[in-house]
Design a protein around this ligand. Structure first.
Ligand code: ZN
Length: 307
């Protein structure tokens, strides 16, 4: 993958909130799953199981407390401007570029799903803890989308976790994670998310698994078209190139965070009744479906028996 040094990034699509406080602050505690079914947050991995893998990544959950604030965020407009020659060495600017690309794709692809204009939303970078429209979260829940405020939240240190604990080391795992979360945003706009909230929230054929696999498929559809995405001016491509090796990194990441793999890694037996995101094989296959077809209409995980 080569990013375009000349691309003008749209800094209105991300905020750096800095460090939050008021949660468990990244310490250890009793994990409580993101509450309220689909009324709550929608992450990329099962928070509780991530926590069970042990180690220093804080585990916690959503509470509805609003104590604590954010501090120390950086102005991305300055940091990620073309005036800063080192900007693309900074993970925040690189992730902003990915967000710009994913949303430029959806501006074009969303109307193809038969809906009116796509609604651009922001990604909030945070550290440790954050207050959201879905309650308070800390980093232990992993990256997530909050349907209530329609924003994506990510502590960028999750990528270190993805590399060390899940073995998904490639840089292209990062845009895959973001594209998955934006897939949930699209589902929210389409009403898929609300409908899925009325179905089963765990089990191999549950609404939750279907929703997550569709988000993986949407991520694949973006990846197919990513090199076509343009910067803020509409003149410059955001990516100079994306290779098959990059795509493999996204597939490796999807595979690494399958429910069965996570259950195995956490030392437990594989229990399909607790699946919420799909198996490694399914996550990989649905990402590939999106990538191979390049069309989100082919991501109908709700209407198929071949899940
Ligand atoms: Zn998800």
């Amino acid at each position: 993958m080569e990013l375009n040094e000349r691309a003008e990034l749209d800094t209105s699509q991300a905020n750096d909130l800095g460090r939050g406080s008021g949660g468990s602050g990244g310490g250890f505690g009793i994990p409580i799953p993101g509450g309220g079914g689909r009324g709550g947050i929608i992450g990329i991995v099962v928070a509780v199981l991530v926590a069970l893998l042990g180690g220093g990544f804080g585990l916690n959950a959503m509470t509805n407390g609003d104590e604590g604030g954010q501090a120390g965020g950086t102005d991305l407009e300055q940091l990620c401007s073309t005036a800063n020659p080192e900007r693309l060495d900074d993970a925040r600017c690189r992730n902003l570029l990915y967000v710009n690309s994913i949303q430029d794709y959806w501006k074009k692809a969303y109307p193809e799903l038969g809906r009116s204009d796509y609604e651009v939303t922001t990604t909030n970078f945070f550290q440790a803890a954050v207050n959201t429209g879905c309650g308070q979260a800390d980093s232990g829940v992993g990256p997530f989308y909050c349907p209530a405020d329609r924003k994506v939240y990510i502590d960028l240190s999750f990528y270190d976790e993805l590399a060390s604990r899940f073995g998904a080391k490639g840089e292209f795992a990062q845009p895959y994670v973001l594209a998955h979360e934006y897939g949930h945003h699209v589902q929210n706009l389409l009403g898929t998310n609300a409908k899925a909230g009325q179905g089963d929230q765990s089990g191999p054929r549950s609404a939750s698994v279907r929703l997550e696999l569709q988000a993986d498929c949407y991520a694949g559809a973006w990846a197919r078209h990513a090199t076509e995405s343009k910067d803020k001016t509409g003149q410059q491509p955001l990516f100079k190139s994306i290779t098959e090796a990059d795509i493999s990194q996204a597939i490796d990441a999807a595979e690494a965070i399958g429910d069965d793999s996570i259950q195995e890694r956490s030392g437990g037996r594989v229990n399909p009744d607790q699946f919420t995101h799909g198996t490694s094989e399914q996550r990989k296959r649905w990402f590939n479906q999106g990538y191979d077809r390049g069309d989100p209409k082919t991501c109908d995980t709700f209407g198929t028996d071949q899940l």
